[in-house]
Design a protein around this ligand. Structure first.
Ligand SMILES: *Cc1c(COP(=O)(O)O)cnc(C)c1O
Length: 229
């Protein structure tokens, strides 16, 4: 077994263990491999190890990998900050966009999604713990965004994405409460199935609180070069 297979198996065991400890189904949580800064060859190796869903943060870097790996059956997720003038590339090249935090972004993604493509899966990014950042809408804005976005034809609104500050596990619980509250008012509640939260350092806590998708980079690929966030 090579290193990437080994680290992937370890992460899968950690996820499964966290699920069971939390009294959830062993397969309740999906693993998104966060491959920012990793070269295409490493993604190809991780694909060989069985991984299909990959998350990228930087559009230009991602587009190069999508082109290089187009023969592989990869599900591409964009997990970075969404800039308004980049939505066309996202709509055309990704299966998922996690960082939608304004109606205009969702509208552009819906308009720019190709008619020959399946609906683009999106999550609303919420600034769940009031961090001093411009990423993510406020929790109080979520209900209106859901009502509006769920009317758009070419996007499928799947859930919420949060990146809480470290060492405050209460934020995961807050995200779960919000996630459950929205489900009952969603126009297509069967689509509302994704709570994207938890990274290498806190996936166990996120799963205990109800995450359905963890975004894991370092624990799979090793440490990234320092300049990256
Ligand atoms: C980089 C990144 C991750 C992965 O972080 P690790 O600590 O390496 O697991 C997850 N989510 C987002 C939004 C990221 O930018």
């Amino acid at each position: 077994m090579n290193m990437l297979q080994q680290s992937r198996n370890q992460v899968l065991v950690q996820i499964e263990t966290a699920c069971i400890q939390a009294g959830r189904e062993a397969d309740a949580v999906q693993l998104l491999a966060v491959s920012k800064t990793q070269p295409s060859s490493v993604l190809a190796d991780m694909y060989q190890a069985g991984q299909r869903a990959f998350g990228e943060n930087y559009l230009q870097e991602a587009l190069e990998k999508i082109t290089a790996l187009k023969e592989l059956d990869i599900e591409w997720h964009f997990i970075g900050h969404v800039q308004r003038n980049k939505t066309k590339h996202l709509a055309e090249n990704f299966a998922w966009v996690h960082g939608v935090d304004r109606l205009i972004i969702a509208e552009r993604l819906s308009n720019q999604r190709g008619d020959d493509q399946p609906a683009l899966n999106i999550c609303i990014q919420v600034n769940i713990d009031g961090q001093d950042t411009k990423d993510g809408c406020q929790p109080a804005e979520v209900a209106d965004l859901v009502a509006q976005i769920s009317q758009l034809p070419n996007v499928r609104l799947r859930g919420l994405m949060v990146i809480p500050a470290p060492n405050n596990p209460q934020s995961f619980g807050d995200a779960k409460v919000l996630f459950d509250a929205v489900k009952v008012q969603h126009a297509h509640p069967e689509d509302w199935d994704t709570l994207s939260m938890g990274m290498s350092a806190d996936m166990t806590e996120a799963i205990a609180a109800g995450s359905t998708m963890v975004r894991v980079g370092t624990a799979l690929f090793g440490a990234r070069p320092k300049k990256d966030v």
